[in-house]
Write a new protein. Structure first.
Length: 293
């Protein structure tokens, strides 16, 4: 029997099955990045789970848009690899990669700046006025994954796997009237955002740091890529193991971490509230119809 969840999952999987040349999403490159495709595939093979957005982790250089419209986002629904596509709010992605920068291949002076689409560092300078200045950011953003689950018990498995794998800011982000639950797998502990330059009124780009300082930031990001990959592996193993156990997807008395229990209770409360509101709406509608007879 087709349920709202199975219909939703079938629709999502049909979109992912489109050839890369025809596939498009809201990310700068409009595709699922290569470092998370296998994990996405394995999750989508499991009963009761389907991924709705993903990013394996990335390093990026981002130029803000105008102050009135700029929106520096740390999450998006897709997964850029490398791009110079315009960002949200009029901003611009100067560089995006889901792989660590290989500094050994960039020993020549200016090579790193060229890769990151940054101006030469001979004249490090600073903006005269903060107001109206468009800043250039170098950012590392760890894995983020949204998983739609068919039930609270399925969501409990996904959330437990995330929290015990180091994705400490994971949680249930929404629950709908059909009982489907959205779990966000994420962590803020690995992320960093450093201002490295700015763009003046005339659009000229300037650096506020030296190339050597940029190399240090790249080394920090590279180390965090390693930790991010380790956590991704632990999450994969934990979720696949939980999904393979007898009784998976059914409510039981197994021990659960305090954070998982808290999120589960919250989700159950939201579900009960939605059920009550729906019942009240149905009763009000029935009363109105009876009055009109």
């Amino acid at each position: 029997m087709t349920t709202p969840f199975t219909a939703k999952k079938a629709h999502i999987l049909s979109q992912l099955a489109v050839p890369d040349s025809d596939y498009s999403d809201l990310s700068p490159i409009g595709a699922v990045d290569h470092n998370i495709r296998q994990l996405v595939h394995e999750i989508n093979e499991l009963e009761g789970f389907v991924t709705t957005s993903s990013c394996s982790g990335r390093i990026a250089v981002y130029l803000e848009g105008s102050p009135k419209t700029s929106s520096l986002s740390t999450e998006d629904d897709g997964n850029p690899a490398k791009t110079t596509t315009g960002g949200k709010g009029g901003g611009q992605w100067l560089y995006v990669s889901h792989d660590p920068v290989q500094l050994d291949d960039l020993q020549r002076d200016g090579a790193l700046l060229s890769l990151l689409a940054l101006p030469g560092s001979e004249s490090v300078t600073y903006p005269k006025l903060v107001h109206g200045t468009r800043y250039t950011h170098l950012k590392f953003e760890p894995l983020i994954l949204h998983i739609l689950c068919s039930s609270i018990s399925h969501a409990q498995h996904a959330l437990s796997a995330a929290l015990t794998s180091g994705f400490r800011e994971s949680g249930i982000s929404s629950i709908n009237s059909d009982g489907m639950v959205m779990v966000a797998v994420r962590t803020a502990g690995l992320a960093f955002d450093s201002i490295i330059g700015f763009s003046g009124d005339a659009g000229e780009a300037s650096l506020m740091v030296t190339e050597q300082y940029l190399r240090t930031l790249i080394e920090v990001a590279t180390a965090r890529f390693v930790v991010n990959e380790e956590r991704k592996g632990r999450f994969r193993e934990a979720l696949l193991n939980a999904a393979s156990k007898p009784g998976h997807g059914e409510k039981g008395d197994a021990w659960e971490p305090a954070g998982v229990r808290r999120e589960r209770k919250r989700a159950e409360g939201l579900q009960r509230k939605a059920d009550v509101e729906r019942l009240r709406s149905e009763q009000a509608s029935a009363t109105t119809e009876d009055t009109g007879l």
